[in-house]
Design a protein around this ligand. Structure first.
Ligand SMILES: [Zn+2]
Length: 511
């Protein structure tokens, strides 16, 4: 008896000893992960002006709250980042030294309104199963960890003319859970009303509505299960850190302003434009569907943002239309409409690409006044923003961006394609330049009308596009000079126009 107890005791001892190193290894791994990803803090940083804000964004900080008038920003920040901020002379105040605790506490019982990825997956599958005549569920790609990226297409699929397509997207950033709720609520609202509400039926029958409620499935799962304040996707970077900021990974003006080359940063932009499967999935969908309008939901700050975002001085050709629509959207949710870069410039976000490269009227809606609003706020946020979406879906039938592929002229398309590939250092930049020059060749442009349009387009372009177009202009000039010899068209006037434009571009170059 005693012997048996002794054996049992020894057995447990040996087993414990055997297991201990693994236990401690697991704990170490956990700790080192935490210290590597670091417990985030919520910090209020005081700023003098917009350049102070831009400097912080360029350090790779996410700034969910930017209060230019009150001269502060709120950032979710690690200890080492905070040290750097402080060493640069910024004053700050820690609002919460354990940002995850905000979500941990609320998750303990009060955040029942929020869906998990699995629950949203079920809602989408049920939507298709119960409404086969107007719903088709697509898997548009797979995440880094192999989860499907779902897109639900709501449209009556009767044959006929191509219908204006609109994209409503949510949860690009992991911790912004509310941003998956509004697209989900939109689906439910449409499907509930379609059979009984004449206006809704007419709207759906005349549009192609695409809803991607979770653009970053790995991030959502990780944020809800492990690290509540996680922002990026779950890409395993080469240095063993994790995550790329999907909203810095889009290919129009992809770069380092308001984005980071440091893998550990919250705004790490990835190894190249569209390096991530989730942003690529959205890109391919957009290239196929040619959306007239898009909304990407984020949280927080109660804003309706419109392009461009990549530079203070970048002006969208359709800025007036974008601003008007943003105002219209804001009527329903009560938010503040604002040009994206007025907050702070950031390169590689989805709106700049949707608008700049794809000719979609693109908006980002920053929901609520915290990353994960309280349960009692969710219904109102959903209801208001579903209305905002329906407003834009309706508008998309009547208005369009000047560079939308269904409407833009040959030369407009050629310019924007060339500018897009050049900006993203894509190998296709050369082919698209040749195509543009071909269109402008006086042999193909007898009456010079294409050239006149080209000149107008160059004049309207933003600074960066102008710089890119300067060498094209030179080649076109050479062609026309050759043309004098061949005595074709009103060549001398064209050359004078080009020379005028070249002088302007040189001034731009000097700035
Ligand atoms: Zn976001």
């Amino acid at each position: 008896m005693r012997l048996r107890v002794l054996f049992l005791f020894l057995g447990v001892l040996i087993l414990t000893a055997f297991l201990m190193p693994q236990f401690s290894l697991a704990a170490d791994e956990g700790n080192s992960k935490i210290s590597k990803e670091e417990v985030p803090q919520i910090v209020k940083i005081f700023v003098k002006d917009k350049f102070d804000v831009a400097k912080l964004a360029n350090m790779g900080l996410d700034l969910p709250e930017v209060k230019h008038k009150n001269k502060y920003v709120i950032s979710v920040i690690t200890e080492s980042e905070l040290k750097k901020v402080s060493s640069l002379g910024y004053k700050y105040k820690v609002v919460n030294d354990d940002a995850d605790s905000v979500l941990r506490a609320t998750r303990a019982g009060t955040l029942s309104k929020y869906h998990t990825f699995d629950q949203i997956e079920k809602i989408l599958k049920d939507a298709e199963a119960n409404n086969p005549s107007i719903c088709k569920l697509h898997v548009i790609g797979k995440s880094c960890e192999g989860r499907p990226v779902y897109a639900l297409n709501i449209a009556s699929h009767a044959a006929g003319a191509k219908k204006p397509a609109v994209l409503i997207m949510g949860l690009t950033h992991a911790r912004e859970w509310i941003s998956a709720e509004v697209p989900t609520a939109l689906i439910e609202e449409i499907l509930q009303k379609y059979p009984v509400d004449k206006t809704m039926k007419e709207l759906v029958d005349s549009r192609s509505i695409w809803v991607v409620p979770v653009a970053n499935p790995d991030g959502l799962v990780y944020s809800q299960a492990k690290s509540k304040m996680w922002r990026k996707n779950r890409r395993a970077n080469s240095d063993k850190s994790f995550g790329v900021d999907l909203n810095r990974n889009y290919g129009y003006q992809w770069g380092t302003v308001g984005a980071s080359t440091y893998t550990g940063s919250d705004t790490y932009h990835g190894v190249g434009p569209f390096s991530e499967p989730c942003s690529t999935a959205v890109k391919q969908l957009a290239e196929r569907e040619k959306f007239r309008a898009t909304v990407s939901f984020h949280s927080y700050s109660e804003l309706v943002l419109f392009p461009f975002g990549y530079a203070y001085e970048a002006v969208a050709k359709d800025e007036q239309l974008l601003a008007e629509l943003a105002k219209g959207i804001a009527k329903f949710n009560g938010y503040t409409p604002e040009k994206s870069s007025d907050l702070y410039p950031a390169m590689g976000d989805s709106d700049d690409w949707f608008y700049g490269a794809m000719g979609a009227l693109a908006f980002t809606i920053e929901l609520g006044s915290q990353f994960v609003p309280n349960d009692n706020e969710v219904d109102k946020i959903n209801a208001d923003n579903v209305k905002s979406c329906l407003f834009l879906i309706e508008k998309a039938g009547n208005v369009h961006a000047s560079n939308h592929p269904d409407f833009a002229s040959k030369v407009q398309r050629a310019i924007s394609t060339f500018a897009f590939y050049s900006a993203t250092s894509d190998a296709r930049a050369n082919t698209s330049k040749t195509e543009l020059i071909n269109i402008l060749n006086p042999v193909n442009d007898n009456d010079g009308k294409v050239f006149d349009e080209f000149i107008l387009e160059v004049e309207k372009s933003d600074l960066n596009s102008k710089k890119m177009l300067a060498p094209v202009l030179k080649e076109v000039k050479d062609m026309y000079t050759q043309n004098i010899i061949n005595k074709l068209g009103n060549t001398r006037q064209v050359i004078r126009d080009i020379e005028k434009l070249q002088i302007e571009l040189e001034k731009v170059e000097e700035k």
